[in-house]
Design a protein around this ligand. Structure first.
Ligand code: ATP
Length: 389
């Protein structure tokens, strides 16, 4: 059942085109994350859904109800859309207690006192702030203040919750904790939610599905896993690198026994890939490989690409930077969370690309993926991702 349907929304601000023909359907009860860099149109889209901004074309439906149609001249006011919003700047009333802040909207709507008390108690319980009811905002941490803002939104019993980078003012540790709490809270209240962020790690934790935006257009919509594994464009692959991923231009060559990738950055470094790429023999492409899919061989033979280790991150991430040609081009690798690669600076290692994606060099559109078992491709029900031999 649809929760929020945005169809063919375009929006301009004078000379700036903020959104171009955006269509997104958020299922009932789903948690959809809009992910993209600053200026890609995330906030504008959220404001169009809320009714705070009017698109030049397109429609917005909330459930069965059309709340906006540029063509038919329908524009239901924000307060009649049953929407709750939580922003980056949580703007609590400083002179009011937590309970008063949460009940503010109910008082304005003249909800009777007993009923309001029950609603406020429940909202405060959901965000885990019992015992803080009588405190003023200045006596709360940033994370607690943001939870008050969330409780205030929940208290209005919205069918739809919209979040605009609500955690971006908080420190990383608090952000991680609140992320997990938000997920739990969403499960408890079940409101159809749209959450805007530029932080892909946050998106991966929170989302049922992610919509990646690029220059006011939808680049891809899918589960976090699908977007991470099968990015439909080189842009999506790069944007979802955490903190970085490998995007290299070069040529595919079929050898006698193996298939190789010859990177532009170092034509003497011939890196083996899987046989599925044999069909692309002689083709110039963009290759994308996640760091954990770069296989490192410590005692390399002639069959592997030889690269020297530039730098090793000894911290939890376990990344190693491998030199490819000049120092600007690098291959990033790691074994996986918590495991060490145990390589040192200056060491020569062998490299193979175990799995990844291939894109057209001009458009950045996907050609296909390699190194995935039939299981993974099958589960995703996307046979078109497998490269034809
Ligand atoms: P951020 O993450 O920085 O908030 P965003 O992805 O939410 O960015 P928007 O705020 O939606 O992006 O802005 C999209 C584009 O529209 C930007 O180029 C921005 O400069 C422009 N824009 C947004 N609001 C206005 C406005 N009121 N007047 C003029 N241009 C605007």
């Amino acid at each position: 059942m649809p929760g929020i349907i945005v169809e063919n929304i375009s929006k301009r601000y004078d000379a700036v085109t903020a959104l171009t023909d955006v269509s997104i359907t958020v299922d009932n009860g789903e948690f959809m994350v809009m992910l993209g860099p600053s200026g890609c149109g995330k906030t504008t889209l959220l404001r169009c859904i809320a009714g705070l901004e009017q698109a030049h074309t397109g429609t917005v439906h909330l459930g069965q109800r059309c709340v906006y149609s540029a063509f038919a001249g329908i524009d239901v006011p924000p307060r009649e859309r049953r929407i709750g919003m939580v922003f980056q700047n949580f703007a609590l009333y400083p002179h009011m207690t937590v309970a008063e802040n949460v009940s503010f909207g109910l008082r304005i709507r003249h909800v009777n006192k007993k009923q309001a008390e029950t609603i406020v108690r429940e909202a405060i319980r959901v965000v885990d702030l019992e015992g803080f009811e009588k405190r003023k905002p200045r006596h709360l941490s940033g994370g607690q203040q943001q939870r008050v803002a969330l409780a205030r939104a929940i208290a209005a019993n919205p069918e739809y919750l919209l979040f605009d980078e609500p955690l971006s003012n908080l420190d990383p540790k608090l952000r991680g904790m609140l992320c997990a709490q938000l997920k739990r809270i969403h499960r408890a209240i079940g409101a159809t939610s749209v959450y805007v962020t530029h932080d892909q790690a946050e998106a991966m934790v929170l989302a049922d599905r992610i919509a990646v935006l690029q220059n006011g257009r939808v680049a891809q919509i899918g589960s976090g896993k699908r977007i991470y594994r099968f990015p439909e464009t080189a842009y999506v692959a790069e944007f979802t690198g955490n903190p970085k991923t490998n995007i290299l231009k070069g040529e595919i060559r079929r050898g006698e026994d193996d298939v190789f990738f010859i990177p532009d950055a170092d034509p003497y470094c011939v890196i083996p890939v899987t046989d599925e790429l044999a069909g692309l023999d002689g083709r110039y492409i963009i290759l994308h490989v996640r760091p954990e899919d770069v296989e490192v061989v410590k005692k390399p033979t002639a069959g592997e690409g030889h690269l020297s280790v530039l730098a090793v991150d000894e911290g939890a991430s376990g990344f190693a930077h491998l030199r490819l040609g000049d120092q600007l081009a690098q291959v990033l690798t790691r074994t996986g969370p918590g495991k060490r690669l145990s390589v040192s600076r200056g060491q020569i290692v062998g490299v193979r690309f175990a799995r990844g994606n291939v894109y057209e060099p001009e458009s950045g559109e996907i050609i296909g993926s390699f190194g995935y078992g039939p299981d993974e491709l099958g589960r995703l029900d996307e046979s078109r991702w497998a490269l034809q031999l």
